[in-house]
Design a protein around this ligand. Structure first.
Ligand code: PMP
Length: 363
């Protein structure tokens, strides 16, 4: 089979060297003659792997010592509820910024769970000459007593990314499911960062949580033990059996990223990938992107064809050319190329070349 470039939004492609290594040691991990899937999470080899994976992630993201790193179940949505239950309390108040589908879903889940507590929701996307633009609110001097502010720096469905940090007096909680480790960030500006694994980390189901230790003293709502940050931290993410294979693969992805120069190196490649693809869209006169330049996602590039009756042909011809999973999310339609860390520049060049010839043929 010739090369296939997979632009799926998630579960997304993983780095080829990681998949190869996982394949090689699938039946015999660590010289034990059994798979990593078949060993106890309480045994020394797995605990060693868990510790070194955390150390590698700490190094990659420059995570300060006053933060826990947790490996949890339940993906991104699991954290929608864990955040509320761990931090809101019975009569607390929290602010949710909405910039697209995923931050909206997080706010809806919070409202569902809040009970007597209060969730305030603020839409921060405005139209600027017909394009979506994020307008971050200014909070200086705000008298509100929010337990936390929640937002999503990269909206996977809408292709909207927020590059500026949020300045506010409350702990900032960020859903980085689709842009974690894609560029350098200052972790110390966040109260909590979470990410479902299936884009830049590993297989779905796993979630990574990076949480400032002092926040674990915030009042809690009653909740399931396995989503309790304190219990998870006290038990080194092994209160119950962790998703061991997903954790192992995440560890391989961290090692791979480190081996190619870490987040700084991948950020430069990611910027170049996005630049080439948006340039193709902008220069074509055939494709359109609906987001202002300052908020264009570097991970999820959305675009529409000049004539949507050509969508089907575009997808069919792209697939025949080995470019798969380009269909946009059903809510926004059009196309979406998800170009996470594992997507090589060659994948972008192949897509750009296909898009140019499709436009020439049908434009
Ligand atoms: N947040 C974001 C930004 C996402 O992209 C996704 C999944 N695409 C989720 C949350 C939900 O993740 P999960 O399906 O793992 O619950």
């Amino acid at each position: 089979m010739s090369a296939v470039f997979n632009f799926c939004a998630g579960p997304a492609m993983l780095p080829a060297p990681v998949m190869k290594k996982a394949q090689e040691e699938l039946l015999d991990w660590n010289g034990q003659g059994v798979s990593v899937m078949e060993v106890s999470h309480r045994g020394a080899p797995f605990i060693e792997m868990a510790k070194s994976s955390e150390a590698c992630l700490r190094e990659l993201m420059n995570i300060p010592d006053n933060y826990h790193v947790l490996f949890m179940h339940g993906g991104g949505r699991g954290q929608f509820s864990a955040v509320v239950n761990n931090f809101l309390g019975n009569n607390g108040r929290a602010l949710y910024l909405v910039s697209g589908q995923w931050s909206k879903a997080a706010a809806e889940e919070a409202q569902k769970l809040a009970g007597e507590a209060q969730i305030d929701v603020l839409n921060i996307v405005k139209k600027d000459n017909g394009l979506n633009a994020v307008e971050l609110p200014v909070f200086s001097g705000s008298a509100e007593q929010y337990r936390y502010l929640h937002y999503c720096p990269n909206e996977t469905v809408d292709g909207i990314e927020i590059f500026d940090d949020i300045d506010c007096p409350w702990p900032v909680i960020a859903d980085m499911s689709s842009n974690i480790m894609s560029r350098e960030i200052d972790v110390s500006r966040f109260g909590l960062i979470y990410a479902g694994a299936q884009k830049n980390i590993g297989p779905s189901g796993l979630a990574i949580v990076i949480v400032r230790k002092d926040l674990l003293s915030l009042p809690q709502l009653t909740q399931s033990s396995i989503m309790d940050y304190r219990l998870t931290a006290e038990n080194d993410s092994m209160y119950n059996t962790p998703p061991t294979f997903a954790w192992y693969l995440a560890a391989q992805v961290f090692d791979w990223l480190k081996s190619i120069g870490g987040v700084k190196a991948i950020a430069a490649i990611n910027a170049e990938k996005a630049r080439r693809l948006y340039a193709c869209i902008d220069d074509s006169g055939f494709y359109k992107n609906g987001v202002v330049k300052a908020n264009r996602s570097q991970m999820n590039v959305t675009f529409q064809l000049a004539d949507e009756s050509l969508d089907k042909a575009f997808l069919q011809e792209a697939e025949a050319a080995g470019l798969v999973a380009l269909k946009g999310h059903r809510i926004v339609g059009g196309m979406r190329a998800s170009i996470y860390n594992a997507m090589p520049l060659e994948g972008i060049d192949a897509l750009v070349s296909f898009m140019n010839s499709f436009a020439a043929k049908h434009g």
